[in-house]
Design a protein around this ligand. Structure first.
Ligand SMILES: C[S@@+](CC[C@H](N)C(=O)[O-])C[C@H]1O[C@@H](n2cnc3c(N)ncnc32)[C@H](O)[C@@H]1O
Length: 254
């Protein structure tokens, strides 16, 4: 895999100009938005629900009516936001901030169906330059979003900026499988079954090939923890879920 200089990054296994990556990512999510949630269930065998619930349990939103404002960055169709809103008390509010209007439109419709209008709100915005004032949230979550962002360091800096001191950042992302045997099986599944599922169910294998390749390009858990610390977060930790298929990173703005 070719190394990148400061003006380049990866789009899956391809080396691309930093300035070109976002448009390519946007095209992927424009294509998958309508089928996004059903594909998540199919591809992960429902496991994404368990991983998201682990993150919401770690977040532990207050059950009473204390105000608790959460930003779910790259929150797409609102899956994590709905879980937080349902776990929290009457004071919990979640803002889903995502760059893709198609994902947000699906999310808004889902919020209406669930009666969560006004509790979960949807805002278009780039994680690299969030449209919110400093210190305006009590928690920040991001699930399966950060690897899509071209300049991860800028996004982490933004998450830190919009958090109030004493609040928590949690990031769920695909990671590195570290269980012998499971790694080979996981490779076989990722590179063969997932694109085939994409072709069969969504009529297009390409976005799902990007998904698999981008997972392999993402930094190792400790390297990503170091990036979170470099953005100013303290007490940074991470834990592997499902043999390292996914990692949950945590940091505090102190
Ligand atoms: C794999 S989806 C995750 C959606 C949701 N968090 C979930 O777990 O179901 C990745 C999301 O990241 C969003 N995204 C990509 N680049 C972004 C950026 N620079 N700023 C904000 N959102 C971004 C995409 O539009 C997409 O909705």
């Amino acid at each position: 895999m070719p190394a990148t200089d400061g003006t380049q990054t990866h789009f899956g296994f391809h080396t691309v100009d930093l300035d070109d990556k976002q448009a390519m990512v946007d095209e992927v999510f424009h294509r998958v938005a309508r089928r996004y949630d059903v594909m998540n269930d199919l591809m992960s065998g429902g496991l994404h629900r368990v991983w998201k619930d682990v993150m919401v349990t770690a977040l532990n939103p207050p059950r009473d009516d204390r105000p608790f404002a959460v930003i779910d960055a790259a929150g797409g169709t609102g899956d994590v936001a709905f879980r937080i809103a349902e776990a929290g008390g009457a004071g919990t509010r979640v803002v889903v901030c995502d760059i893709n209007p198609d994902m947000l439109a699906v999310g808004r419709a889902r919020a209406r169906e669930r009666g969560l209008d006004g509790i979960v709100t949807f805002v278009a915005g780039n994680a690299e330059s969030l449209p919110f004032p400093d210190r305006s949230f009590d928690a920040c979550t991001i699930a399966f979003g950060i690897r899509n962002v071209p300049r991860i360091d800028l996004a982490l800096g933004e998450f830190h900026r919009v958090l109030r001191p004493g609040s928590r950042f949690l990031c769920l992302e695909f990671s590195t499988v570290d269980v012998p045997g499971l790694d080979a099986l996981y490779d076989l599944y990722s590179f063969n079954v997932i694109p085939a599922l994409g072709r069969a169910v969504a009529g297009d294998a390409k976005p799902y090939r990007y998904l698999v390749e981008s997972i392999r390009r993402f930094p190792q858990p400790q390297a990503f923890a170091d990036m979170i610390a470099a953005a100013g977060f303290r007490r940074v930790s991470h834990r592997a879920l499902t043999g390292g298929v996914v990692a949950l990173h945590s940091g505090w703005r102190l």
